[in-house]
Write a protein that binds this ligand. Structure first.
Ligand code: GLV
Ligand code: MN
Ligand code: MN
Length: 415
């Protein structure tokens, strides 16, 4: 096919324009929690680009957006070859997480159009609702509904961290669509994403061929004690929810030290009530994020957390209620697609390695219904979920070119 390449500058410019929506002043990053006004504006911008590219845009009942491209000779009855990701961010997000996968998809469609490549299968570029899970749990909510892993009504009834209902917020941004959930099953799903960790950069490797995603367990713990005076209440008479939250947080770190291996654990959110300097906290609400590549080890970590909570609740005379916010087993990607990523990367002159993903991704949900895999590009300093998240234009272009070749090949493209 000769030198058939994406336009890296055009992709870079779109990433920049999208990052201006909800931009965090003085940084490269963006703040676009799912279904906020900013997420709505970002959706409108990406949809406008899809329309400029003459893609057929459909919005489903959970707000997932699919842009479908078919050229002359495309058989509309064939399943689309799909790529995509998400454009929502955590509150303190970077400009690449998710956005790269969606905009690289648009860049591929534009390249295919310009180069007059004929594809047998339609090419679909999707962005899924609420991948981050930072406002509405679980993470990957839209793609989970897309593949039938979560019932639509349950998803629409989800309540945000601030008490808003997902269906109301979906309507307010204008993305309560009519396309059915579950959605059409693609021929394949391939997602380009930044690594969000340090491996590729530290090993000097251009392309990660992602073969698996580790299991994820999110739990919300609500600790009920009793508020009382900080100066007068003897230490032995306290029912201190703040202290217990601190002990659980320390336990999570010790658990990962003891288990070692792939076990990671994070307490990323703690809210105390009444949250005052001279009042013993009556209530603490906190989250625990546990992840492991092994399902058995992840279960062990969860069990040990439960045991610790039971012990400390007895000892400190507090009540601890536990609610699962997300629970996904480790996922294996399609080995044939993973090999294609390695081979394509090598053919294009890039260094590559197979690896596992520490973060959750929409591709792991699509893997339930079709062959799926992911392409990773390096993250500077391993930073992500941080406005300083950075991947260079060259690194992004390398990933998008690997994506281009595999998508066009899977779509039966020829010139
Ligand atoms: C989703 O982005 C996650 O891995 O937390
Ligand atoms: Mn992401
Ligand atoms: Mn993310």
């Amino acid at each position: 096919m000769g030198k058939f390449r994406i336009n890296g500058n055009r992709l870079w410019d779109r990433l920049d324009e999208l990052a201006q929506v909800g931009a965090i002043p003085g940084t490269l990053g963006s703040s676009r929690l799912a279904l906020t006004k900013e997420d709505g504006q970002a959706r409108d911008l990406v949809v406008s680009w899809m329309r400029q590219l003459e893609m057929e845009v459909s919005i489903d009942q959970i707000g997932n957006v699919i842009g479908l491209w078919h050229g002359k000779g495309t058989d509309r009855n064939l399943p689309p070859v799909m790529t995509g990701s998400h454009i929502d961010t955590v509150r303190s997000g970077g400009r690449f997480d998710g956005n790269l996968g969606v905009l690289a998809g648009l860049e591929i469609v534009q390249t295919v159009k310009e180069q007059k490549v004929l594809t047998e299968h339609p090419v679909a570029v999707s962005f899924f609702t609420g991948e981050e899970g930072a406002r509405f749990a679980p993470d990957m909510l839209g793609s989970l509904v897309y593949v039938g892993g979560l019932d639509l009504q349950t998803a629409l009834d989800t309540i945000s961290v601030n008490g808003e209902k997902l269906s109301d917020e979906l309507k307010s941004v204008g993305y309560s669509g009519t396309a059915p959930c579950p959605g059409i099953t693609p021929k394949i799903f391939l997602e380009l994403h930044i690594e969000q960790g340090p491996v590729l950069e530290s090993e000097g490797i251009d392309i990660g061929a992602v073969e698996s995603v580790q299991g994820i367990s999110w739990t919300e713990l609500t600790i009920e004690g009793q508020s009382n005076h900080a100066g007068t209440t003897p230490m032995t008479m306290r029912r201190d929810a703040g202290y217990v939250a601190g002990r659980i947080s320390t336990f999570v770190r010790e658990l990962t030290d003891q288990m070692g291996g792939a076990q990671v654990g994070t307490v990323g959110k703690v809210d105390l009530t009444p949250n005052l300097v001279n009042v013993v906290a009556s209530k603490a609400s906190m989250t625990v994020d546990l992840r492991n590549t092994s399902e058995a080890m992840l279960r062990e970590a969860e069990d040990r957390l439960v045991t610790f909570c039971e012990e400390i609740s007895r000892k400190e005379s507090v009540k601890i209620a536990s609610e699962s916010l997300a629970r996904f087993e480790p996922v294996e990607f399609n080995q044939d697609l993973v090999s294609q990523i390695s081979t394509t990367a090598k053919n294009l002159g890039y260094t590559t390695r197979q690896m596992t993903s520490g973060a959750g991704h929409d591709a792991q949900m699509l893997a339930r219904v079709c062959p799926a895999a992911m392409i990773f590009v390096p993250s500077k300093g391993g930073l992500s979920h941080n406005p300083a998240e950075y991947t260079s234009l060259e690194e992004i272009s390398a990933g998008a070119n690997v994506l281009l070749d595999i998508i066009v090949n899977a779509a039966g493209g020829c010139r």
